[in-house]
Ligand binder design. Structure first.
Ligand code: CTP
Ligand code: MG
Length: 229
């Protein structure tokens, strides 16, 4: 299939608390996070095009990354929330008309080539693919006061990652409807779910964590220092 990737990088990284240098531009063992994330997809043989969605305030920082590759499309601007940033990306791919689109957080630089391949294959077969980790701890539901109400079946609960992969036409339509709804969504699998699409879970990877808070940067540095096998 013809595969395009949207990398959403338009966030401000407020939970990281590095105001003047948002997390996706931070240096991680000699290379900016966003450079690592983009390279992971550009280097995948299964991927044809990579589209960065950036914040208009970060235009200079993005240019300074000096990225240059035949697969890399010119960056476009995102919006006030992640959903808008993805929607802008989907609309910008209309001429490209990919069969499959992967939507990935810039803040997850450790995505593997194997996971990219699995997501593409699964989306091609089922329409949608969500990499996710099955919950391993016992899972509790609590009320607002922090008192336990219920123990949930952990085997039935998953933590969602990206890249989330979809047939392009299906997720474009789902996003078009979602843009006019008054619900807001934090990932694309929830938009697909809301639109009634089939989203199949594929095994995520523990190392494919999202850099969100300062401790995640330490974990990221460690993960690069430790040879993986
Ligand atoms: N993102 C985006 N456009 C937005 C908000 C988020 O493209 N308006 C992107 C982020 O750049 C990130 C991904 O979506 O790569 C996941 O979002 P998150 O981890 O929440 O990043 P931020 O929104 O930047 O961080 P925070 O929520 O702490 O402010
Ligand atoms: Mg956010």
């Amino acid at each position: 299939p013809k595969v395009a990737v949207i990398i959403v990088a338009a966030g401000s990284g407020s939970r990281m608390g590095s105001a003047e240098m948002p997390k996706q531009y931070l240096n991680l063992a000699g290379k900016p996070v966003l450079t690592r994330t983009i390279e992971a997809f550009v280097q995948s043989d299964a991927v044809r095009k990579v589209l960065p969605v950036i914040n208009d305030k970060h235009e200079t920082m993005f240019a300074d990354l000096g990225l240059n590759d035949a697969k890399l499309l010119p960056a476009i601007f995102g919006g006030a929330d992640r959903q808008t940033s993805v929607f802008n990306g989907l609309n910008a791919l209309k001429d490209e008309a990919p069969d499959i689109v992967l939507i990935h957080d810039a803040a997850r630089p450790f995505v593997s080539d194997e996971l990219i391949g699995k997501c593409i294959q699964t989306a091609a077969t089922f329409g949608g693919a969500l990499p996710a980790l099955q919950v391993t701890d016992t899972l509790k539901k609590a009320n607002k006061d922090g008192s336990v109400e219920q123990t949930l079946d952990r085997m039935a609960h998953y933590l969602a990652q990206t890249p989330q992969a979809f047939k392009y036409e299906l997720i474009l339509k789902a996003h078009q409807s979602a843009a006019t709804a008054d619900t807001s969504f934090t990932d694309d699998a929830s938009i697909a779910e809301w639109a009634g699409l089939n989203v199949k879970i594929v095994d995520g990877e523990p190392n494919n964590f999202k850099i969100t808070i300062p401790q995640d940067l330490d974990r990221a540095e460690m993960s690069l220092a430790t040879p993986m096998e």
